[in-house]
Write a protein that binds this ligand. Structure first.
Ligand SMILES: NC(=O)c1ccc[n+]([C@@H]2O[C@H](COP(=O)([O-])OP(=O)(O)OC[C@H]3O[C@@H](n4cnc5c(N)ncnc54)[C@H](O)[C@@H]3O)[C@@H](O)[C@H]2O)c1
Length: 274
C-alpha cells in the first residue's frame, strides 16, 4: 500500500468522522452475530453514533462483552443470546426488544457460519455441515425477517439489511455451501423487498469484499492472497469492518427510503454490477 493510501485508510478502532452525520440517534437496530467480527464493529459504531444496537449472538459471553465495551465508551446497547436458526429463539429475541424499546427500527441479518467454516471440494462437504450452513445463513435470515415484520408493518417503517458475500460473483472454489447460502440471501432480498415495500419497509443486501476482522478464521487468507485481491480492486487496499459503516447507516435512514430490493457491493470496486 502506498503511503498516501495508508494515510486515508480508516482506522479499525474509534468512530469514523462521518458516523454521527447519519442521524441514527435512538434507532433500535438488531444486529445478529454481533458478538465478534463485522457485527461487533457495526454495533460499536451504531452505539457511538447514538443508536441502540441489540447485540444478538449465539455466543452470549461475546455479546455481553461487546455490550460492556459499548457501555465503557458511553453508549447504550442490549445483549441477547439467540440462535437465528431456531424460530422460537428468534421470536423471543424480537419480543424482548419490543418489550424493552417498543420498536425495532432495523434488523441487520449478519449472523452466519463463516469464520469457522472449512473449505473443501464440494463433494466432500458432509451433509450435516451443508444443512447447518443453509439453516443458519438462509433460514436464519428468513426467520429474522418473519419476526420483525409484524411490528414494522404496524409502524409503517422498517429496515432489513441482509449480508451476502463477494464469494458469490467470484464463485469461490471449495466453498459451495457458503456461496450457495449467500446467493440465496440475494434472491430473498429481492422478494422480501416486494412483499414489504407497501408497508414502508425496505429490504436491501450488502455484499462485502473480504474483510479482515479481529477473528482468526479456519481458513485465513494469506498475506499474498490478500494483496492479490486488493490489487484487483479500484481502491487497492485491504478492507476493514469500518468500510461497511457508512453504507449500513445510510440504508437505515429516511434518506434511503426509495432504495429497496438492492444488493450493493462494498468491496473497493473489486466487482461491478453493470
Ligand atoms: N469477513 C469477511 O471477509 C466477510 C466477507 C463477506 C461477507 N461476510 C459476511 O459478513 C457477516 C459477518 O462476518 P464475520 O467475518 O464477522 O463472521 P464471523 O464468523 O466472525 O462472525 C459470525 C458471528 O455469527 C454468530 N453466529 C453463528 N451462528 C449463529 C447462530 N445460529 N445464531 C446467532 N449467531 C450466530 C457467531 O457466534 C459470530 O459471532 C457474515 O454474514 C459473513 O458471511 C464476511
Amino acid at each position: 500500500m502506498s503511503e498516501a493510501l495508508a494515510t486515508h485508510a480508516p482506522k479499525d478502532s474509534g468512530v469514523p468522522a462521518f458516523a454521527r452525520d447519519f442521524g441514527v440517534q435512538d434507532r433500535v437496530v438488531i444486529i445478529t452475530g454481533a458478538g465478534q467480527g463485522i457485527g461487533r464493529e457495526l454495533a460499536r459504531q451504531f452505539a457511538a453514533a447514538g443508536a441502540i444496537p441489540v447485540i444478538a449472538d449465539l455466543n452470549q459471553k461475546n455479546a455481553e462483552s461487546v455490550s460492556s465495551e459499548i457501555a465503557a465508551a458511553g453508549g447504550s446497547s442490549l445483549a441477547l443470546e439467540v440462535d437465528v436458526a431456531d424460530k422460537g429463539s428468534v421470536d423471543e429475541m424480537v419480543a424482548a426488544v419490543l418489550k424493552e424499546f417498543g420498536r425495532v427500527d432495523a434488523l441487520v441479518n449478519n449472523a452466519s457460519i463463516f469464520a469457522t467454516l472449512e473449505k473443501r471440494p464440494f463433494d466432500q462437504i458432509p451433509l450435516a455441515e451443508w444443512e447447518r450452513v443453509m439453516k443458519v445463513n438462509i433460514t436464519g435470515t428468513f426467520l429474522g425477517a418473519c419476526a420483525v415484520a409484524p411490528s414494522m408493518r404496524k409502524a409503517g417503517w422498517g429496515r432489513i439489511i441482509n449480508i451476502s458475500s463477494d464469494s458469490v460473483p467470484r464463485g469461490t472454489v471449495n466453498y459451495l455451501h457458503y456461496v450457495t447460502s449467500k446467493s440465496a440471501v440475494i434472491g430473498m432480498t429481492n422478494s422480501l423487498a416486494r412483499e414489504l415495500g407497501p408497508f414502508g419497509i425496505t429490504v436491501n443486501c450488502i455484499r462485502p469484499g473480504s474483510v479482515a476482522t479481529e477473528v482468526e478464521r479456519t481458513v485465513n487468507p494469506t498475506a499474498e492472497v490478500r494483496k492479490r485481491n486488493a490489487d484487483l480492486q479500484c481502491i487497492p487496499r485491504g478492507m476493514m469492518p469500518t468500510d461497511l459503516v457508512g453504507l449500513m447507516m445510510f440504508l437505515t435512514t429516511p434518506a434511503a427510503s426509495f432504495i429497496t430490493g438492492q444488493t450493493i457491493a462494498c468491496d473497493g470496486g473489486y466487482t461491478h454490477s453493470n
